[in-house]
Every structure is written in structure tokens, then in C-alpha cells.
Design a protein around this ligand. Structure first.
Ligand code: UTP
Length: 483
């Protein structure tokens, strides 16, 4: 960085009211000066000051409240065939979806830029060992599903993975060390999402060191602008990809390539489709799919009163039953439209009060016990009201959703590994194999079905039936391709 640039950056921070970011400038060695300037240069000061004015200085909390919930209704959804949905319609959708997959029009997109603070794992969450027996990483699980789906549909499914500056190098290393899990190297695309600086309760940018600014990833909603601002959308165009299967890094049960879901999305000419699962209990901490003013929206549980969350209809079913589990299909051109850029629709930022390490007046690092700062994040579901023909289909929790969020208890490595085991048992039982399970469907032995053998239950049925030498299902067995 030359001197003029360096001075310009510092001047810009002064004009924007953040001169304090450079208060240790004269003490810094050239390397530290370079680091601070590089971080500072990446900050959009107009954006930060606008967010501070809207969310910090006015003391407004993000989210919906009071009359902002007016006119809210549960969103309509396409019922699952096992829950009364039209079987023929689902079969037709699956055929439409399969044609699009075979034609190479579908890509996978995993958002893995988060910090995974609740899990407390040292490393990118995607490298967390998750399967019950062989402890494959989350990334390996997804890679095997994508590889198997590519084989099954005789195509190459491209996989886009969102990282952040904080975990990019370690994620790239995990893929390199594992030789991209057998996927063609050129079919895996890592994209880095933006960081946004955190501010204190007066709206001032926080320093975490004399030469470093507190910055956090800009939320899963930032994935759309990361795709739009990188060359990813152009790459997808060149590849002929039109439909993007979005999923979160912490959910190994996800059916990444789901023909019926893709078929409904295409048949309905939707720009953004979502899967819902019925809430497990009234106060489950999930977002709710709703409509408001003719638009589809997701309302966080924290923005709804308890009585709304518990309300039932005349049949005794939950009124707001549709839980959002962050499984979506995006139209490529829709992402280009909402992903940012001048004059285009953008997702709003939300405010989160967080504990953020900071340098005190004496220049010492403090780790506060209470929230002392504000972090800004975009949420991917805020794209829903911007989409044409947003549709929602019903899915079954056991088929699609068991995230690893917490280190113990609900949505933990233990609950997830057990759900994976239950799914293997269900696949075997559906294929006519006798296997002992407890009252929750959990097998009494530990074993694994590799996703390189079958990506989902329907695939397993075919693959298993085609085996001439079927193995006995015993403790420690791994059913994998080439068995
Ligand atoms: P979560 O909201 O669960 O956040 O992210 P997290 O960072 O993984 O975990 P906690 O809250 O710190 O414990 C849901 C998904 O969105 C991705 C995550 O990687 C995860 O797949 N995400 C989240 C991003 O890609 N970028 C972000 O800025 C935030």
C-alpha cells in the first residue's frame, strides 16, 4: 500500500467518525500497519454508518414486533405424499426434477462461513467428525452424496462452498488433504463471504488488537452477495447451472439432490423454493413460514408471542406449523438480482447484541461477560418476499434434518449420529431387511451406510437389491460402494 492510499484510508475513517481505529498507528511496525490498513480498506464505511444509524443509535431491535405482525397467516405448502399429498403430482415433479439434474442444471451450495460458536469445535464446522462409526466429516458426507448423485444421474454436479476469511484456509486444506473426497477437483468451488465490522453500543468500530478490527461474517444471507460479487454466478451460467440447492453445513441428513423438490421448483417457475417440516412441538425454536401482504416471509419464534406459537385450528393442529429448516432452491438469476450491486434489491441487516473482545483505554484486551457490542447479519430467508412464486413443500424431519448445533443435548453430535443410525435402519427395513431397533427406531448395533453407496432411501433400495452378495448387518459393518 503506498503512502497516499494509506493516508486516504485514515482520512476516510476520520471523516466517518472512526478515527480511533488508528489511535495506535504511531506505535505499529510496518507489518502491523499493513495488516490494519488491509482490514480497514475492506470496510464499507457508508454501509457501517448507515447500519449504526438505523440499528444502534435509534436503539431499534431487529425483527418483527407489534403491528408488524398484522395480517400474518400460515404460508400454504405442498403436502408430503405420506401426509395426504397428491402422489401422482409428486411423481410428476420427481420426473421433471430428474431431467433437470441429468441435464446438469442443478448445483449444490453449502453455506459454511459461520463461526459455529455453540458447538465449540476448534476448526471449520464442516471438518467436524459426524458419522456414527467411521467419524467422517460433514464435508465428506456432503461430498459422498454429491458424488453418488452425479453417478446416479450420469452428470457432474458442481459444488459451491461458502467459507469466510476466518475459516477459508483451514477449509481449503481439509479438501486438499482429502483429495476432494474423490470429486473432480474442478467441480468444487470455494467462495469467501464478506466480513463486516462489529461496533460498540455507541456505534464505534471495535478494535481487537492495536492492529486489528473486530469483524464477523455477514450472516448466511451474505451468501447471496458473495455468490453475486464473486465469479460464481458467471461460472454457473457458463456451466449451464440454473437451479442452486442451498443447505447448511451442520445438517448431514439433508437430501442435497432431491428430484421432486427440484421438479416442483421448476414446474411452479419459482425463484426461491423452501422445504418446511412440521414443528416437533409448539414452542420449537424455529422460524415459521407465513404470508403477509401476499408475500412469503419467515417469522422467527422470538418475534412471535407464545400464544401465537401454540395456537391451534378447529382440528386441533398447530396453526403455525411450518418450521423453516434452511433448505432452499434458488434460481440463479434471482441470486444475481438480490445479491447486491447498485440499484438492486438487497437483503436487510439485522442486529445482534454480542460479547465481543475489545481493547480497553489502556490498550489491553478485555473479554466481557455481558454483551458489549453489536454484530450485523443478513438472513437468507429475507430473500423470500423478494422472490417470484416462492413455494414451500413439506418434508419429513427424519429424511432431511438433524443439525449439529450444540455440544450436548438437542441438535448435538450425539443426537445427530443417532438420527443417522435411525435413517440407515429405516432404509434397510424398507428394503425388507430385519434389524433390531428400540422404540425410537434406533438400531441396537452401530454400523454405517456410506453415502458413496446410496445418497437416499430410494437410491438405497435400488443399490441394495442389485447386490448379489448382501452382507449380514452386524456391529461394525460399513456398507460402501464396491461392497
Ligand atoms: P448458524 O446460525 O447456526 O450459525 O448458521 P453458526 O455460525 O454456524 O453457529 P453459532 O450460531 O455460532 O453456534 C447456520 C448456517 O449458516 C452458515 C453456517 O456456517 C451454517 O451453515 N453461516 C452463518 C454462514 O455461512 N455465514 C454466516 O455469516 C453465518
Amino acid at each position: 500500500m503506498d503512502l497516499a492510499t494509506d493516508k486516504n484510508i485514515r482520512e476516510a475513517f476520520k471523516r466517518a467518525g472512526h478515527a480511533h481505529v488508528f489511535r495506535y498507528w504511531d506505535e505499529l511496525n510496518p507489518q502491523s500497519k499493513f495488516r490494519l490498513l488491509s482490514e480497514a480498506q475492506a470496510i464499507d464505511l457508508d454501509e457501517i454508518n448507515k447500519l449504526v444509524a438505523e440499528h444502534v443509535l435509534t436503539d431499534s431491535l431487529s425483527g418483527l414486533s407489534g403491528d408488524k405482525l398484522d395480517g400474518l397467516e400460515p404460508a400454504p405448502y405442498i403436502q408430503h405424499p405420506s401426509k395426504g399429498g397428491d402422489v401422482l403430482r409428486w411423481e410428476k415433479a420427481a420426473k421433471t426434477g430428474e431431467l433437470a439434474i441429468r441435464a446438469g442444471k442443478v448445483a449444490a451450495f453449502c453455506v459454511a462461513g459461520g463461526q459455529g460458536t455453540r458447538l465449540g469445535f476448534n476448526g471449520p464446522k464442516g471438518t467436524f467428525p459426524v458419522t456414527p462409526l467411521t467419524k467422517k466429516s460433514l464435508f465428506q458426507v456432503f461430498a459422498e452424496k454429491i458424488k453418488r448423485s452425479s453417478e446416479r444421474y450420469e452428470t457432474v454436479i458442481h459444488w459451491f462452498v461458502l467459507t469466510s476469511e476466518i475459516n477459508h484456509a483451514a477449509t481449503a486444506e481439509h479438501f486438499e488433504l482429502n483429495n476432494y473426497f474423490g470429486l473432480p477437483r474442478e467441480s468444487v468451488h470455494l467462495i469467501v463471504q464478506g466480513l463486516i465490522s462489529a461496533v460498540d453500543q455507541k456505534g464505534k468500530i471495535i478494535l481487537t488488537a492495536k492492529d486489528s478490527i473486530a469483524r464477523t461474517p455477514d450472516g448466511h444471507g451474505g451468501s447471496l452477495r458473495a455468490l453475486a460479487r464473486s465469479s460464481a454466478i458467471e461460472k454457473m451460467k457458463t456451466l449451464g447451472v440454473e437451479c442452486i440447492s442451498y443447505f447448511q453445513v451442520d445438517n448431514p441428513l439433508i437430501r442435497i439432490i432431491d428430484p421432486a423438490f427440484i421438479g416442483f421448483h421448476l414446474e411452479e417457475d419459482s425463484e426461491l423454493s423452501s422445504k418446511m417440516i412440521p414443528k416437533a412441538y409448539p414452542l420449537e425454536k424455529v422460524g415459521h413460514f407465513c404470508t403477509q401482504g401476499g408475500k412469503t416471509v419467515v417469522v422467527e419464534y422470538s418475534d412471535m408471542s407464545e400464544s401465537m406459537q401454540k395456537a391451534t385450528n378447529s382440528a386441533g393442529d398447530l396453526h403455525y406449523i411450518s418450521g423453516s429448516v434452511a433448505i432452499h432452491l434458488f434460481d440463479r438469476d434471482f441470486i444475481a438480482r438480490v445479491g447486491g450491486g447498485e440499484g438492486q434489491a438487497k437483503l436487510p441487516f439485522h442486529r445482534a447484541n454480542k460479547r465481543i473482545p475489545f481493547l480497553d483505554a489502556a490498550g489491553n484486551l478485555q473479554n466481557p461477560d455481558e454483551p458489549n457490542g453489536v454484530k450485523f447479519e443478513m438472513f437468507v430467508f429475507d430473500a423470500l418476499p423478494l422472490a417470484r412464486n416462492a413455494i414451500i413443500i413439506e418434508s419429513l424431519r427424519a429424511d432431511d434434518f438433524s443439525p449439529v448445533k450444540n455440544s450436548t443435548g438437542v441438535d448435538s453430535p450425539k443426537s445427530c449420529a443417532e438420527d443417522l443410525l435411525r435413517s440407515y435402519a429405516r432404509w434397510l427395513i424398507a428394503a425388507g431387511v430385519n434389524i433390531e431397533v428400540d422404540s425410537s427406531g434406533l438400531p441396537v448395533i452401530n454400523f454405517e451406510i456410506s453415502y458413496s453407496f446410496a445418497a437416499d432411501q430410494e437410491d438405497f433400495f435400488k443399490q441394495w437389491n442389485a447386490l448379489s452378495n448382501k452382507p449380514d448387518i452386524v456391529d461394525g459393518l460399513v456398507i460402501e460402494s464396491g461392497i
